[in-house]
Design a protein around this ligand. Sequence first.
Ligand SMILES: CC(C)(COP(=O)(O)OP(=O)(O)OC[C@H]1O[C@@H](n2cnc3c(N)ncnc32)[C@H](O)[C@@H]1OP(=O)(O)O)[C@@H](O)C(=O)NCCC(=O)NCCS
Length: 242
Amino acid sequence: MIEIEALEITGPIPAETLRRLLRIVDAERRGIVERFRFPEDAQRSLLADILARAVIARRLRRPAADIVFIREPGRKPRLARAGNFDFNLSHAGRWVICVSGFTPVGVDVERIGGLGWEDAKSTLSTKEQERLDPSRVPEWETDLALSWTIKESYLKALGEGWSVLPSELTVSAADEREIRLFRSGRLVRDAFFGAYALDAEHCLAVCALAAPPPEAVTVRTLEDVEIVCREEFFDDTPYENR
Ligand SMILES: CC(C)(COP(=O)(O)OP(=O)(O)OC[C@H]1O[C@@H](n2cnc3c(N)ncnc32)[C@H](O)[C@@H]1OP(=O)(O)O)[C@@H](O)C(=O)NCCC(=O)NCCS
């Protein structure tokens, strides 16, 4: 079963909570978090790791402390010893999302708007450019966000990064449950999509290979995910010393 879990950042996170969360993650993530210039980016990166640990601990019945992420430059982060279980993360604005399942999955959340039509055009296929009308704001911005997140969720499910130009992909969506993707004009048959309205400012899309994603997103609080992790981390020992 594929699950989508969303963590909403509803306000500033107290420094003490952040310090506690930093002790849960491994040294590599701590380094990544500490190198961010903007605190919002650092928080999203940290919370993505915490959310992933909480999801994986629950789904694989594995202590959060035993979860080892394998991160290689340009490649999809994966888990050691996880069989066909897959997960994927995305974060933007006030949202951090984790999709997981026993088939390859990908997720993308983006803020809607903020891109001018000229820049947007370069990410759209010819068909999409014909369909979107730049004089209709904010409709075209919402359509662009849907198109972009679907494309990125597909590439993230494959784990390829941007090995394909976004303009080589065309998204056609009759509605949020009937999304189809064309790659160089050919229908992609083995990928299933879902798009979700998180709020008025963000667009979320999920791709799963071989099985359709669920209809709903489960929204978690920071407390929910921290509890799952804290049960394994009550001793306050940094990750690498355990
Ligand atoms: C995957 C990618 C498309 C996501 O970019 P983004 O929209 O900025 O960020 P998102 O928030 O949606 O996703 C980030 C998460 O995707 C995951 N991710 C990273 N690389 C991934 C890949 N190749 N496939 C799938 N997921 C990937 C990570 O978990 C990352 O979060 P984390 O770093 O906090 O763990 C982008 O990082 C990418 O293209 N990476 C591949 C490398 C590459 O082609 N680099 C180009 C250098 S110019």
